[in-house]
Structures are given as structure tokens and as C-alpha cells.
Design a protein. Structure first.
Ligand code: NAD
Ligand code: ZN
Length: 358
């Protein structure tokens, strides 16, 4: 399957399916040098596969492993990527390959955006969550006081999403990525959101069903990014579940809970807010909560984090302007809207969330 992403900066294909990595040869064909930045754990599990594709293409690539997961998204590792690219002899005619989950893709993408003011790069995402993060051109690393606080928009020249690599993903990462896939369905589809929540079971999911859902998520993301690359309008809808979710993630110290798990909590919260503010019914909220409980999402993680702490994080959110609270609400499936919400409503929804999930 191929999904086209068309932005003002660049148009590119997202190729999804078993063996998608084989498409690499065409993307690096005219590069004077190829460099790989890989998540260390992913390199250990699947590096041989990537090396084989590069060998086959006759490419002798420079290779750098970075710490697995979030710990690579630091200024220190960003600095090391720049030195690595220079030492590898990369020029503006070179192509860099990002090989790993969303964390590695964010770091490597930012590295490509900055090196010589921007070189071409290919995203080879290896997690379910990265169906989201590898598409759309947002790249970033963390600062000591804030997540994704320095970064750039830099579109890849292609995304190769090889679903063979997903087989080694631990359950917790499957849950994390699936939350974003569910988000993409909820914000885009009136028709079958409820049905999907009622029937989908992550543990039972076959490869074809998984690929179908991922492709669907990528289409939603590609469509939105194509209409609004710089988040002036509809791209904001992708933040559904993220205002509260980010606060939960921050309160848990970016370790106790994965991004997607926190977003699941945030989506349920946003639906409760939607009930209060837009008069939405409870049906969708209940269905999402039941889905989350059935599939092992840690909805009670927040019980150790009082509302005031979460509120502090929400006010510091990049998307908030000077302490104003804005949420993506869902009066009904497929119809997101951004609303300014009062602290009182926020607090009431928080209380209601804790009661319903307690
Ligand atoms: P991750 O990259 O931290 O990976 C999670 C863990 O899974 C890591 O330990 C990693 O080593 C391991 N892993 C990766 N692929 C594997 C595989 N195939 N088999 C076994 N283990 C594997 O997590 P993630 O959920 O992919 O990404 C989260 C990051 O994405 C966050 O930093 C978040 O800020 C970012 N993000 C960015 C965007 C964007 O638009 N740029 C969007 C959403 C999220
Ligand atoms: Zn997210």
C-alpha cells in the first residue's frame, strides 16, 4: 500500500507493508553518501535486515546507534548526530536514514533538518506509534524543562513502513501505538468508530487487520498534513487527547506510562469534557473506556497525580497561549472542534474521569 503526502515543501510516498524496506534503493540512488541513525535496540533486532537492503543496493552506509527510546532526544545526542554526519562526509547531496520508533525518528529528523541547514532523509519507522510520528515532518528533541521544545518542520523524502519489523514489539508498545490509530479513526470517521471500538481486540488482531488500521491512520494524518502543514488550522485536530495526555505523561515523569497510553486517558477525558461542553452523549465515551479497559490501558495511572499538578502542565503546553486552555472536543465521532475551556470545566471533567475509571 502506498499513501501520498502532499505538502507545499515536498510530496512523498508512505509505503506500508511487509518488505517495504526494499524500496530504499530508489530513495538513496543519487546520494553521494548514505548515513543511518538507528535506535540501538532496533539495530540489534533488525539492523541485519537494513544492512542487507543497503548491501543489495551497493551502498556502504555510515552507521550510528543512538540510545533506545526517549533517552536519545537530548541536546547531547543531537550534537553527536551533527558530528557523526560531518565525520561521515555527508554533504547536501547525501541522504540520511532514520531507523527506529518515534523517538529516534524525531531526533534523526531534527538532525537532518539542521545539518548543513537541511539534508534529505528517509523515515523507516519500526513502531505502531510511528505510523503517526514519521508522517508530517514534525521533528524535535527535548529540553531539560520541556518535551519537544526545540525542533523543526522537515519533511522526509519517503517513509518506508515495513510491517515485518513490528513483530518484535512488546505489548505495551502495541497499546501505545494503537491509541494513536484509534485517535485517527475517532477524529475522522462518523460511521464506524463505535463499531470498531466494540469489536477490536489488540491481542487477537491479525497482521492484515493491523496493516489496514495503520494505513487508515496514515491516510487521515496525510490528508490533514496536506491541508495544513504548519498547524494553522485542521492539524490541531491531531492533538485530540493530547492536552490532558501530555500532562499525565509529564506528571508520570515520561517513564511510568507510554505516550499512547497517556493519550488514551486524554481522549477519554476529552470526551467527558465534550459531554459537558457540547452536550455530546455518553455512548462514545463509554465505548472508548470499555475498549481501553478490555485492552489493558492503565487508566488509573493518574490517581497518583492530583488535578492541580496536571493543570500546571496543561497551562505550559506549547499549544496553550499564555495560560489559556484549549481542547480538541468531539461533539460526535468524526467532527472535531477546538474550544477554549474554563478551569472550572477542566476540573469538573477531571473529577468525573476519576469517578468513572475509579
Ligand atoms: P520509541 O521510539 O521511544 O520506542 C519505544 C520502545 O520500543 C523503545 O525502547 C524502542 O527501542 C523499542 N522499539 C522500537 N521498535 C521496535 C521493534 N520493532 N521491536 C521491538 N522494540 C522496538 O516510542 P514511539 O512510541 O515509537 O515514539 C514515541 C516518540 O514519538 C515520542 O518521543 C513522541 O514525542 C514522538 N512523537 C512524535 C510525533 C511527531 O509528529 N513527530 C508524533 C507523535 C509522537
Ligand atoms: Zn501523540
Amino acid at each position: 500500500e502506498t499513501v501520498k503526502v502532499e505538502t507545499k515543501d515536498r510530496s512523498y510516498d508512505v509505503v506500508v507493508g511487509p518488505g517495504a524496506l526494499n524500496g530504499l534503493e530508489g530513495l538513496v540512488a543519487d546520494a553521494d553518501r548514505v548515513a543511518v541513525i538507528a535506535d540501538k535496540k532496533v539495530a540489534g533486532l533488525h539492523g541485519g535486515r537494513l544492512r542487507a537492503v543497503l548491501d543489495e543496493a551497493g551502498v556502504d552506509a555510515a552507521w550510528m546507534d543512538v540510545p533506545s527510546g526517549e533517552s536519545c532526544k537530548t541536546l547531547e545526542w543531537f550534537g553527536r548526530t551533527q558530528q557523526f554526519l560531518l565525520d561521515a562526509g555527508c554533504t547536501r547531496k547525501s541522504v540520511m536514514i532514520a531507523f527506529g520508533g518515534g523517538a529516534c525518528g524525531d531526533l534523526a529528523g531534527y538532525a537532518a533538518a539542521a545539518y548543513m541547514r537541511g539534508i534529505r532523509f528517509v523515515q523507516c519507522p519500526t513502531t505502531i506509534l510511528a505510523h503517526d510520528s514519521s508522517v508530517g515532518g514534525k521533528t524535535a528533541i527535548n529540553l531539560p524543562g520541556g518535551k519537544n521544545m526545540t525542533g523543526a518542520f522537515h519533511q522526509p523524502i519517503g517513509v518506508l513502513y515495513d510491517t515485518d519489523l513490528l513483530r518484535t514489539l512488546p505489548d505495551v508498545e502495541v497499546r501505545s501505538g494503537m491509541a494513536e490509530a484509534v485517535k485517527h479513526v475517532l477524529i475522522s470517521s462518523k460511521k464506524d468508530a463505535l463499531g470498531l471500538l466494540h469489536t477490536m481486540e489488540l491481542a487477537e488482531m491479525g497482521e492484515e487487520e493491523l496493516i489496514r488500521l495503520i494505513v487508515r491512520g496514515i491516510r487521515v494524518k496525510a490528508d490533514i498534513v496536506g491541508r495544513d502543514e504548519r498547524e494553522g488550522s485542521v492539524r490541531k485536530y491531531l492533538n485530540f487527547g493530547h492536552t490532558y495526555g501530555h500532562a499525565v505523561e509529564a506528571a508520570a515523569g515520561y517513564g511510568g506510562i507510554t505516550h499512547g497510553e497517556a493519550v488514551m486517558t486524554g481522549m477519554i477525558y476529552a470526551l467527558i469534557l465534550s459531554e459537558r461542553i457540547t452536550g455530546a452523549g455518553r455512548e462514545l465515551t463509554d465505548a472508548l473506556q470499555a475498549f481501553a479497559e478490555k485492552n489493558g490501558y492503565p487508566l488509573k495511572e493518574i490517581s497518583s497525580h492530583p488535578f492541580d499538578g496536571l493543570l500546571g502542565y496543561m497551562k505550559k503546553d506549547k499549544k496553550a497561549s499564555f495560560g489559556d486552555l484549549h481542547f480538541v472536543l468531539l461533539p460526535e465521532a468524526g467532527a472535531p472542534e477546538v474550544r477554549r475551556v474554563s478551569e472550572g470545566d477542566c476540573k469538573a471533567a477531571d473529577r468525573e474521569y476519576r469517578i468513572r475509571t475509579g
